[in-house]
Structures are given as C-alpha cells and as structure tokens.
Design a protein around this ligand. Structure first.
Ligand SMILES: Cc1ncc(C[n+]2csc(CCOP(=O)(O)OP(=O)(O)O)c2C)c(N)n1
Ligand code: SF4
Length: 278
C-alpha cells in the first residue's frame, strides 16, 4: 500500500463522511494533512494526542482524525486545552482554531495561554475571515479588504499575530502557508516537540467567503497569491521595501518550561518540604 494510503487508514476516522466538508479549493484539508504527517513524523501514539477544536470550518478537522478529540465552543479551545494539559502533562495537546476563533472571540485566551506558557501547540488556520458563518470580518482581515461586515472595506487594522504573541510571552511563534506544505510540516513538527506555548499560524485560502469578494478569480489564484506573496523570513528581512509581502518561518523560539512543568516542580517541592515522597 502506498505510504499516503497507509497514513490515511491509520489516522483518519473511516466512519466519517468523505470527501471532507470543505469547499473545493479550501486550504483547510491541506492543514489536516500537515497535522497528520507531523504527528506521524514524530512517532506519537494516537492515544497520546489530543485535538481540541473550536467552532468554524477549521474546527471540523477534529471530526476526521482518529486521536482523542474535543469540539469546544467558539473561542474556547485554548481553555479546554489548558485544562487537559494541566491534568495530564504527558499528552500532546493541539488546539486547532480559525482566526476568528483564536485571535478574535478567543483573543483573550490566546494572550493568557501565551503568558502562562502552557505546553499546548496552537494551530491557527488563518483565512482572514469568519468562513463558516458567511464571511464576516475577523481581527486578521486586512485593512481595506471586503467582507460581509465591511462592505466598503475593513476600517480596522489587522492584528500582527507574531508581535502580539511574542509580546504576550509565547515560547514559539511561526507562520507557514498551505502552498508551502513541506515548510508547514516542518514548522508544525518543530512546534510539537518544543516546551511551552507554541503557535503555528497557517495561511489558508477561503475563496468562498474571502477570495470572491476581494478580486480573486479562483481558489487557484489564491494559492498563486500565497506563492508570490510569502517568502522566508531571512529573505523578507533583506527587502528594502517589503510592499505587501508576508514573511514565513519561525519568528520566536524561547526555551521556557511549560506551566504544567513548573506546576509539577512546585508540587514536588511542597511534598519534599513536608517530608513526603517526592
Ligand atoms: C460563542 C459563539 N459565538 C459565535 C458563534 C458563531 N460562529 C460559529 S463559527 C464562527 C466563525 C468561524 O470563523 P473562524 O474561527 O475564522 O473559522 P473558519 O470558519 O474561517 O475556519 C462563528 C462566529 C458560535 N458558534 N459561538
Ligand atoms: S467557507 Fe471557506 S473556510 Fe469554510 S470550507 Fe469553505 S472555503 Fe473553507
């Protein structure tokens, strides 16, 4: 059996309806593939992996993968992921969220997860829009862009996700795209091995709700845009005029023990003080 077929059989839930619910040309399925390949590359046992998803098209990913999965409410994936990691630090906990989920309604949880440095990987599928609910603007919708709630062009500026999470204290922050798949796999694999809170932002096209209204003729054209607009951080840093280019790669790598590790050390210290077993 071809390797890819073996992966599909091993990691995907057979009783789920395929093809995926995503629209043709949606990038979310590519992120799903990246997630499976990264877990496989690290040889993680399926029973030790937990996917916590919020609500949104991105959140549907949890339904397809044969790990421990929880579908939470919109914006709250990180709170549930935090509880799971604190209760059982041995688990690899991955919160899969859309930009609306992670950066907008769940923005407060995001900054606190980063500040606490809970040992969770946040995989955020950023399509610049609320996809599932019909194309409302999110906090990553670029200024001037069309959405159903900014029909004259978005008046608000978008969050700079890297600077936001860096300032909040995250151990790791990286950005990839569904066009640059091998690089995305590498960023996610790396994040899954690192202690503390690690965020991987995956830029992914939503032609249905975002592309159509913003001058793209097709989903293919959106992939072409990712190809032409995104470039490795090192090359981006040398540009005199970055124009509309977007840097991708690893932006923040700090060695910070996760909150769960610091908590376990504190408990051990207390037990030792009382003369109990360490
Ligand atoms: C508390 C709450 N508020 C609002 C909603 C409605 N809602 C469901 S999905 C969604 C937007 C999802 O957008 P995003 O997180 O960017 O994911 P995408 O669908 O684009 O992948 C919203 C607002 C909800 N389900 N729960
Ligand atoms: S609405 Fe957008 S994000 Fe949702 S499945 Fe369709 S293309 Fe993907």
């Amino acid at each position: 059996m071809a390797e890819i077929t073996q992966l599909i059989h091993h990691y995907l839930r057979h009783n789920k309806k395929f093809p995926l619910v995503f629209c043709p040309g949606c990038g979310h399925g590519i992120v799903l593939g990246s997630l499976v390949r990264s877990v496989h590359a690290l040889g993680l046992a399926k029973d030790n992996v937990v996917i916590v998803a919020g609500i949104g098209c991105s959140g549907r990913i949890a339904a397809y993968v044969d790990f421990n999965t929880v579908h939470t409410t919109h914006g709250r994936a990180l709170t549930v992921a935090t509880g799971i990691k604190m209760a059982n630090p041995k688990l690899t906990v991955i919160a899969v969220m859309g930009d609306g989920d992670a950066f907008s309604i769940g923005g407060n949880h995001l900054i606190h997860a980063a500040r606490r440095n809970i040992g969770v990987t946040a995989l955020v599928l950023n399509n610049f829009i609320y996809g599932m609910t019909g194309g409302q603007c999110s906090s990553t919708t670029p200024e001037g862009a069309y959405s159903h709630t900014s029909p004259m062009g978005q008046l608000e500026s978008a969050f700079d996700i890297v600077e936001l999470t860096r300032a909040a204290g995250a151990a790791g922050v990286s950005r990839g795209t569904v066009f640059h798949v091998k690089e995305l796999d590498a960023l996610l694999t790396d994040a899954l091995t690192r202690p503390g809170f690690n965020l991987v932002e995956a830029l992914t096209p939503c032609f249905t709700q975002y592309g159509r209204g913003n001058g793209f003729k097709s989903a293919v054209e959106m992939f072409r845009w990712l190809k032409n607009s995104c470039l490795p951080l090192e090359r981006y840093a040398k540009l005199e005029d970055p124009g509309g280019k977007i840097p991708i790669g690893s932006f923040v790598r700090r060695d910070v023990p996760g909150l769960e590790t610091r908590y376990a050390a504190m408990c051990q210290g207390l037990r030792a003080k009382k003369g109990g077993a360490a």
